[in-house]
Design a protein around this ligand. Structure first.
Ligand SMILES: C[S@@+](CC[C@H](N)C(=O)[O-])C[C@H]1O[C@@H](n2cnc3c(N)ncnc32)[C@H](O)[C@@H]1O
Length: 217
């Protein structure tokens, strides 16, 4: 298997991405569920969406909260172009770049959300991002992550080992390449807690996907 650079992988697939997620993988139920945890009494709130892609997770939110302000970050310009076309007229600040490099303002967002984006990264990389998210949230802000997860630590270690093997064989020493390395929900909860979130809950689990909600107290 030839590893592809992350941005190029998604650039190439942007045109068919929504069809793949909604028709081939039938993930409508996931997007319905993940938006339930943004339950705001006012529709004037700010949301940071990490790895927003074409914004499948935003459709229901724009309908329910017409005044929501979304900052979306993604590495793939082509995915962002699809998002822009779909949601012309919404309050959107789109940034093409890596969420690991972009600075977030402190105490700025009511919610942060990430769907199907963070299962590509190792533990220390994720913790550094979770700390940034924690700082970017307002007091009592909420972070919601819906992503692929695996069932056992052995599985988790196998994905990581396979990724390392492929990178070594292909002489890749740094940079983001597309390869799925899902973690168990226990690992995910541990990482979020070590980044500062004290109240972390798994709110929904399917076979290979989970939704975790972490509160900033
Ligand atoms: C599987 S898609 C998910 C898109 C969308 N959130 C959804 O649920 O349909 C993963 C997205 O994460 C983005 N991504 C991966 N690594 C990233 C990084 N370091 N910074 C910003 N975006 C990243 C990819 O470009 C891609 O658009």
């Amino acid at each position: 298997m030839k590893l592809e650079k992350m941005d190029e992988f998604f650039d190439k697939r942007a045109d068919t991405y929504d069809h793949h997620m909604l028709v081939d993988l039938q993930l409508d139920e996931f997007y319905e569920e993940v938006t339930k945890y943004l339950d705001c009494s006012s529709d004037m709130f700010s949301l940071l969406d990490l790895g927003c892609g074409t914004g499948l997770e935003l459709e229901r939110l724009f309908k329910k909260y017409p005044n929501i302000k979304v900052t979306g970050i993604d590495l793939s310009q082509e995915m962002l172009n699809v998002l822009k076309q779909k949601y012309a007229g919404e309050k959107l600040n789109l940034i093409c770049g890596s969420y690991f490099d972009i600075n977030f303002s402190k105490d700025c967002f009511d919610y942060a959300l990430s769907t199907y984006s963070l299962h590509h990264f190792d533990e220390s990389t994720k913790i550094s991002l979770y700390k940034k998210i924690y700082n970017a949230l307002k007091p009592h802000g909420i972070y919601i992550e819906g992503d692929y997860t695996c069932k056992t630590i052995n599985e988790q270690l196998l994905y990581i080992a396979e990724n390392e093997k492929l990178r070594m064989e292909q002489e890749i020493t740094n940079g983001f390449y597309h390869y799925d390395t899902p973690f168990t929900v226990e690992t995910q909860m541990k990482l979020l807690k070590s980044a500062g979130f004290s109240d972390v809950k798994v709110v929904k689990e399917w076979d290979s996907t989970s939704i975790i909600v972490a509160n900033k107290l």
